[in-house]
Design a protein around this ligand. Structure first.
Ligand SMILES: NC(=O)c1ccc[n+]([C@@H]2O[C@H](COP(=O)([O-])OP(=O)(O)OC[C@H]3O[C@@H](n4cnc5c(N)ncnc54)[C@H](O)[C@@H]3O)[C@@H](O)[C@H]2O)c1
Length: 355
């Protein structure tokens, strides 16, 4: 399968993870890519795609379209033949979903319906929905959710993703759309939106501002995740497309689902410390982390303390994340502090903002 030239449609690829997946596909295959994105605030236009050294306009065709609308006949004709659909377009910022749930949830359901209806018509070899660890909500200590475990969404974002998964299950059962669902842990990487945790840590360190770190109610432990680098996610997606054919099954809830998990669990303070180490390395020893532990769960309901998925299924199939989290964080910080890339942090240089 890996030898045959494919054509993949990726929705939301002007966004953070989608752009890394395009990069991975361009570097490791001869596939052609069709991108559909509505270029909302999270996209930064097509800059993420343009910034990719591997970008090749002969292999990548881009359409600007709001997927809350059905794909028109003429757009479908322009897109042409598609082997794989990778549906990543979504509203993704949890705080926005808590502040204003209705448009947020509508977008994530409507755009999924559009892509499922399109796929019912064009019958791709595989439809892949990009979902999240957050559909399972907080994982108690010692629990790593497995593929097929029960959803328990803790906020409107995770509910919208769980709803999208359920609608996919219905289309797999009713219309036999060959669907695979990927549940991915929290992703880090270059070109992340400044509202996300890692760029926020860098900006707080550069500006000498107090960073609030999400903790337990006693404020003794920081929240924990299996963070994963976006390039490792891209590698896992290629591994799944090239080495598995599993799609959703009407009875076995674990079939057709894959967890994509970083190599080790880390708390949010440990991550901030890793970022601090790299900021000192690339910008100078004068920069230090100032932080306080804040019990978000009581103050801002909807924030989960610990997310955890089991990576056992992919591990047994032979996938290992190619880069460690330490290497990844060092590279991201070094890249972000380079003067050509500093704009991705929403600033013009490393000097403290406002000074
Ligand atoms: N970031 C993470 O840590 C993480 C973890 C697990 C899963 N995910 C999932 O991965 C996917 C990508 O996440 P990201 O962090 O790269 O997101 P992002 O916010 O950086 O990008 C989302 C992209 O989707 C586009 N989009 C949104 N609604 C659209 C619509 N109606 N029509 C067309 N385009 C639309 C936006 O313009 C944007 O370019 C999402 O489905 C998200 O739920 C993200």
């Amino acid at each position: 399968m890996a030898d045959k030239k494919k054509r993949i449609l990726i929705t939301g690829a002007a966004g953070f993870i989608g752009s890394h997946i395009c990069d991975g596909i361009l570097k490791s295959t001869d596939w052609d890519i069709v991108v559909v994105d509505r270029l909302d605030y999270a996209s930064n236009g097509f800059n993420r795609l343009r910034d990719s050294k591997a970008f090749d306009d002969k292999r990548v065709t881009i359409y600007t379209w709001d997927l809350c609308l059905p794909i028109s006949e003429n757009l479908a004709k322009e897109i042409g033949h598609i082997d794989y659909v990778l549906h990543m377009a979504a509203s993704t910022h949890v705080d926005d979903s808590i502040a204003n749930p209705v448009p947020f949830i509508r977008n994530n359901i409507d755009n999924t319906l559009t892509m499922l209806e399109y796929s019912r018509a064009i019958k791709p070899e595989r439809f892949v929905l990009f979902s999240t660890d957050e559909v399972y909500s907080t994982a108690p200590d010692g629990v790593d959710y497995k593929e097929g475990d029960r959803f328990n969404p803790g906020n409107p974002y995770s509910a919208s993703k769980a709803a999208a998964e359920c609608i996919c299950m219905a289309y797999a059962n009713t219309y036999k759309v060959p669907i695979t669902i990927l549940n991915t842990m929290n992703v880090l990487g270059e070109r992340q939106h400044p509202q996300k945790y890692l760029p926020k840590i860098i900006n707080h360190i550069l500006d000498g501002k107090m960073l609030e770190i999400h903790s337990n109610p006693e404020k003794t432990k920081a929240g924990r995740r299996y963070y994963i680098h976006a390039r490792n996610v891209a590698d896992a997606v290629m591994f799944i497309l090239n080495n598995t054919t599993e799609t959703l099954h009407p009875i076995d809830a674990s079939k057709g689902k894959f967890n994509i998990v970083g190599e080790k669990e880390m708390d949010n303070l440990e991550l901030a410390r890793l970022v601090e180490k790299a900021v000192k390395k690339y910008a100078g020893d004068q920069y230090s982390l100032r932080y306080e532990l804040v019990d978000y769960q009581s103050q801002r309901p909807g924030h989960d303390f610990r997310y955890s998925l089991s990576g056992e299924k992919l591990r047994k199939l032979g996938w290992v994340p190619p880069k460690t989290i330490e290497e990844g964080v060092d590279k991201i910080v070094g890249w972000s502090l380079n003067k050509e890339n500093i704009r991705w942090l929403g600033r013009t240089d490393i000097k403290p903002n406002g000074k």
